[in-house]
Each structure stands twice: as structure tokens, then as C-alpha cells.
Ligand binder design. Structure first.
Ligand code: SF4
Ligand code: SF4
Length: 288
């Protein structure tokens, strides 16, 4: 079962929930954990994985051989993203606009275009005890996270047998990288705070996960006890189950600041995370 843990904004406790869920399932289940927050991956700070394999990832972009090019302009005509232009006796490629679709290469009449890898970041895999760990990291200055997340998922998820729990820690927000992190999931777990800001961002995430991708969703309210009833009322009105309430507890914040996973610093929370996973399983079963 594949569960994506998401939140409309950063700082809601999304990584805390994802990491502690994985650690609670550790053991015979051998969960697979993916840190898809490629702009700022930080789950490794809590899981301390031993990295065993690393590879560069990116996108294939066109490279033009000036010996073969006739400057006919066909490549620029077929590019839907204005990522290649023919100016006088020069072909210019704009990697930041290129989507790697290969159309220019296919349509070049002289075979002047070959494809080269434009490195955007790295993906890594290894183990943190019995939790299989994988993360992507985007290079500084890169603009596109989606290809990195896509290649990270492609690398590790197909190798994990279907019965193993797979937990993805999505980037914050509701943009394309989040959609890519949710694609193919069986369930989306939304982590929010019981405040008007938390509610606003959670609604946007529900629109993406439930309304656009048609995935079952559930909510974890973090820092329960602050704020107002808005999130509870919204979930009741929308029929969205609240699967866990993590209280505002100073000890949780202290464990986080020390880089200690909650279920190790405060083992009494382990049963709550185990119950959370059981609730997710029930929700997925009911959605089938
Ligand atoms: S389509 Fe090929 S030959 Fe024509 S301008 Fe582009 S690279 Fe050159
Ligand atoms: S690979 Fe696709 S997006 Fe990139 S330059 Fe060629 S046609 Fe344009």
C-alpha cells in the first residue's frame, strides 16, 4: 500500500508524521520510505539511513551537432515549450524550458540532434534499520523538481513487493511536485494545524488529492489544542475522516529539535501511530 503524506504548507509536522509512521511499521513489514521533498529533504536527520547507492538524475535535453545542422528551423517549430530557437546560424537550447519530450530530435531532418543528460540532482537509497530509505535532492539553482521525484519513485517503488508499506513524504504546497508525489498512491494523508491558515492550505490540498486525482484522503491534526474548530468542522462537512490528533506537547517539539523521532523519544505514541496505520488500511479497503 502506498501512502503519501502531504500538507498544504511547510512546518505542519508532515515529516514528523511520515517518519514516525515508518518507524512504527519497522520490523517484519520492512516499510519503504521516500523523501520526495527534493528542495529540502530532511527525513534523513531523523532516520539516519546508511546510503548504499547514489545516482545523478535529470532530463534529456537536445544537443546540436553544427556539422550536421542546416538551420532549417524545424526543431523550433515543433517545440511546444519554446525551449529551442534557431537564430541566424545558431541553434540555442534553453534547458530550463525544455521538458525532454524528444520531439525536436525526432523531427530533425538531418539527425543533427542527440540527447544529453542535464543533471538536476541526485537520488539515493539505503537502509535505516529495517526501513528502506530513499531520497532525492535537487541541485541548487534548478527549477524543476518533478523529474527528480518521478525518477526517485521509478527507481525504488517497482522493486518493493506490493504488500510492503510505502510512505512518501511529499513536498509542501499544491504544485506539480506534490501532484507527482501523490500520483499512484492508494491514500493521501494530510497533516494540518487547527488554525485558519492550516484550514486554508488543507482545502487546497484536498482539491488536488481528492477532487483532481480522486484519491481517498484522511487528516492528521497536529498541535491539537491550539487554534479553533475550523478544521474539524470542515472535515465533518466534507466527510473527511480525522485519523489522528497529535496534541500540542512541548516534549514533541523538544524531540524534534534534537532530531529524535517521536516514537523513540516518547514510546507512548507508538500505539497511536500503529492505530493510524490501521485506520488508513480501513479507509483504503472502504474506498475499494
Ligand atoms: S531541425 Fe535539425 S537541422 Fe534543422 S535547425 Fe534544428 S537541429 Fe538544425
Ligand atoms: S526535447 Fe521537447 S521541450 Fe526540449 S527542446 Fe526538444 S522539443 Fe523542446
Amino acid at each position: 500500500m502506498i501512502v503519501t503524506v502531504a500538507s498544504g504548507k511547510g512546518g505542519t509536522g508532515k515529516t514528523t508524521v511520515a517518519v514516525n509512521l515508518a518507524l512504527t511499521l519497522a520490523g517484519d513489514a520492512r516499510p519503504l520510505f521516500l523523501d520526495c521533498d527534493v528542495e529540502e529533504p530532511n527525513a534523513a536527520l531523523f532516520l539516519h539511513p546508511k546510503i548504499e547507492e547514489r545516482r545523478e538524475v535529470g532530463q534529456l535535453i537536445p544537443e546540436v551537432d553544427p556539422e550536421k545542422c542546416t538551420y532549417c528551423g524545424r526543431c523550433a517549430e515543433v517545440c511546444q515549450y519554446s525551449a529551442i530557437a534557431v537564430v541566424a546560424k545558431k541553434v540555442l537550447v534553453f534547458p530550463e524550458l525544455c521538458h525532454g519530450c524528444g520531439s525536436c530530435t525526432l523531427n530533425c531532418p538531418t539527425g543533427a540532434i542527440s540527447e544529453v543528460l542535464d543533471v538536476m540532482g541526485t537520488i539515493e537509497r539505503g537502509w535505516a534499520g529495517s526501513v528502506e530509505f530513499a531520497q532525492g535532492t535537487m541541485d541548487v539553482g534548478e527549477a524543476m523538481a518533478v523529474p527528480i521525484i518521478h525518477q526517485l519513485k521509478d527507481w525504488v517503488i517497482p522493486a518493493a513487493p506490493g504488500e510492503r508499506p510505502v510512505i512518501l513524504d511529499a513536498p509542501p504546497g499544491t504544485a506539480c511536485p506534490v501532484v507527482e508525489s501523490m500520483r499512484g498512491a492508494d491514500f493521501v494523508l494530510l497533516v494540518t494545524e487547527p488554525t485558519p491558515f492550516g484550514l486554508h492550505d488543507m482545502r487546497l490540498t484536498v482539491e488536488v488529492a481528492r477532487d483532481e486525482l480522486h484519491l481517498p484522503v484522511g487528516v492528521v491534526i497536529n498541535r491539537y489544542g491550539v487554534g479553533d474548530e475550523g478544521v474539524e468542522e470542515y472535515c465533518a462537512a466534507e466527510g473527511i475522516p480525522i485519523l489522528m490528533r497529535l496534541p500540542l506537547d512541548r516534549r514533541i517539539a523538544e524531540a524534534y529539535s534534537e532530531g529524535r523521532p517521536l516514537v523513540e523519544a516518547l514510546p507512548e505514541y507508538r500505539e497511536q501511530f500503529a492505530a493510524l496505520w490501521r485506520r488508513i488500511e480501513e479507509e483504503v479497503e472502504n474506498a475499494d
